[in-house]
Design a protein around this ligand. Structure first.
Ligand code: 5CA
Length: 149
């Protein structure tokens, strides 16, 4: 993870939190920032192809699975914990948007762009890194989409 961030020009951005932050609300409280500034790394599965899709969404946004399916062009379902680990290399609660074990199609829900600076999980429930939304888009190669409820 650290090397993936460094490779994207974002070395030294990682912060270790005193407590576990499995949810955006917990991370926001630990960092003293708005929950909307926490980027959720949500993994979905495309049943027809078994492909993984990563959606980076603001902590205050609920992703609409129907809208996401329209973007993907196929129905999608929330991934199981084992699928998340297999495809990203991370456990739920610490899924980082970069440094995945294999490439995963990534979408950045446009609500993320409302903030000057955001925080995302850095591979564990106790680590986060900060980035601007455009850094996040560049580092992930993500496509900005509207997939909010
Ligand atoms: N460390 C925090 C803040 S950076 C974090 O990783 N938040 S998160 O939003 O990226 O990851 C939590 C998300 O994992 C939840 O919003 C939910 O979509 C997903 N999740 C939690 N439990 C499960 C589960 N049992 N199965 C599938 N997905 C789950």
């Amino acid at each position: 993870m650290a090397s993936a961030l460094a490779a994207q020009g974002m070395g030294g951005r990682t912060r270790e939190l005193p407590d576990s932050t499995r949810t955006a609300a917990e991370a926001g409280a630990a960092l003293g920032c708005e929950v909307g500034q926490i980027v959720k790394s949500l993994v979905f599965r495309v049943p027809s192809t078994d492909a993984a899709v990563l959606v980076l969404a603001s902590g205050s946004t609920r992703v609409d699975v129907g809208k996401l399916a329209a973007v993907v062009g196929e129905p999608v379902e929330q991934a199981t914990g084992s699928f998340v680990r297999e495809r990203t290399g991370f456990a739920i609660g610490g899924v980082a948007p970069v440094g995945l074990v294999s490439p995963v199609t990534t979408y950045v829900e446009r609500g993320v762009l409302a903030w000057d600076r955001v925080w995302a999980a850095a591979g564990s429930p106790r680590t986060v890194f900060d980035a601007t939304p455009s850094e996040l888009v560049d580092a992930t190669g993500g496509t900005v989409v509207d997939a909010a409820e």
